[in-house]
Design a protein around this ligand. Structure first.
Ligand SMILES: NC(=O)c1ccc[n+]([C@@H]2O[C@H](COP(=O)([O-])OP(=O)(O)OC[C@H]3O[C@@H](n4cnc5c(N)ncnc54)[C@H](O)[C@@H]3O)[C@@H](O)[C@H]2O)c1
Length: 348
């Protein structure tokens, strides 16, 4: 049995990765380390909590002593690092929280991993999960490749870019065996409703305004979260050491077109009149430093590891909408309390 650490496994993407690894790899002991911030929720992984190869560790990656202790105790042979502060808007109001978790937290994990394996990294792997936002903004054309220069524009992307650089630097300086992926926007079940798709699904359900930044022409590439989890599994097991892979959905949407599609699908599903939810669209003051367009060239992971998204956007979006409508208790739980205060501050 190998001991594998997954950080941030109570969050959105992490919960899908933990579930996949616990179910598919009975020869791994999966340790899910999560601080349970506002974004972490044990309900996201309730279905696997009693599996014999699963252990939850509540802890903060910023706490160096604690991180060193658990690495000493469990001798993790593999690390999949997803824990992060992940919301751009929050990074604009509190950049230091992003420096602490995304940069210092990552360096703590690298140090602890280096400390226990420094004499023999054979068969060990540190996998850092990152974002396409580190590349900055594209114009109307072009794609981010693995060799595109980093040019982050938000405190969030700057902190992720910094953590990526530390991971690479530990590879070069100490020979630490790492893989790194930069992925586009994910969507799917268990997504915290501060991000565009679940926020708008929740607001459409409740007939609340749909706050679209600026003129709505910002463009993003969207990937279904379960396809991201498959890519993460492949890269962890088959990716080459010291390599970066871009992951994307081959699926670019202008925000306003995406919101209109969502309104149409929700109206159909809720039995509302055609065009009813579109009337909720409200253009709001733009986010400062808002990147115009992100788009990913995912041909390297496709050619080298044979990965492609398995569902179309139509299918993924329908599954997502169905999931939120079937899980209103989850949605109500996460949108009560602190969430409503945050929402008022951000959009009113
Ligand atoms: N969501 C996306 O579209 C997307 C796209 C590309 C890359 N990523 C990256 O994937 C990773 C996961 O993103 P997500 O959307 O699932 O994020 P999320 O915000 O849903 O989850 C983050 C998790 O990390 C935990 N966490 C936060 N700070 C912590 C700390 N100091 N110590 C321990 N745990 C802590 C939270 O409790 C939460 O469970 C992040 O590294 C993010 O940068 C996300």
């Amino acid at each position: 049995m190998k001991n594998i650490l997954i950080t941030g496994g109570a969050g959105f993407i992490g919960s899908h990765v933990v579930r996949r690894f616990v179910k598919n790899y009975p020869n791994y002991n999966i340790y899910n380390l999560d601080a349970l911030t506002y974004a972490g929720n044990l309900e996201n992984i309730k279905d696997i909590q009693n599996e014999s190869n699963y252990t939850f560790l509540k802890g903060d990656i910023v706490d160096e002593t604690y991180i060193n202790e658990i690495f000493e105790k469990y001798q993790f042979e593999g690390v999949l690092h997803l824990a992060a502060e992940s919301h751009v808007d929050r990074s604009i109001t509190d950049p230091l929280a992003f420096v602490k978790t995304n940069i210092i937290g990552t360096v703590n994990l690298l140090n602890a991993f280096k400390k226990i394996w420094k004499d023999n990294f054979d068969g060990k792997r540190f996998y850092h999960i990152s974002t396409d936002e580190v590349y900055g903004s594209l114009g109307e054309t072009g794609l981010f490749t693995e060799t595109t220069s980093y040019d982050p524009n938000s405190p969030y992307s700057a902190s992720k870019a910094s953590s990526d650089h530390f991971v690479r630097a530990y590879g070069e300086t100490y020979g630490l065996p790492y893989v790194l992926t930069n992925c586009s926007n994910n969507y799917g079940p268990f997504h915290f409703p501060e991000k565009l798709i679940p926020l708008f699904i929740n607001n459409i359900i409740n007939k609340k305004p749909l706050p679209v930044y600026g003129d709505g022409n910002y463009t993003r590439d969207w990937l279904f979260v379960k396809d991201h989890a498959v890519a993460i599994d492949l890269v962890f097991h088959q990716g080459k050491n010291h390599e970066t892979y871009n992951i994307g959905g081959f699926n670019e949407w202008k925000n306003i077109d995406l919101v209109r599609l969502l309104c149409q699908k929700m109206d159909e599903k809720l039995g509302r009149k055609e065009g009813e939810s579109e009337q909720l669209i409200t253009f709001v003051k733009d986010r400062p430093g808002h990147d115009l367009r992100y788009a990913i060239d995912a041909s390297k992971i496709n050619k080298e590891l044979g990965w492609m998204p398995s569902v179309t956007f139509e299918e993924g979006l329908q599954e997502t909408i169905n999931w939120y409508l079937d899980n209103t208790e989850w949605l109500n739980n996460v949108t009560s309390g602190e969430y409503s205060k945050y929402y008022e501050k951000q959009y009113q």
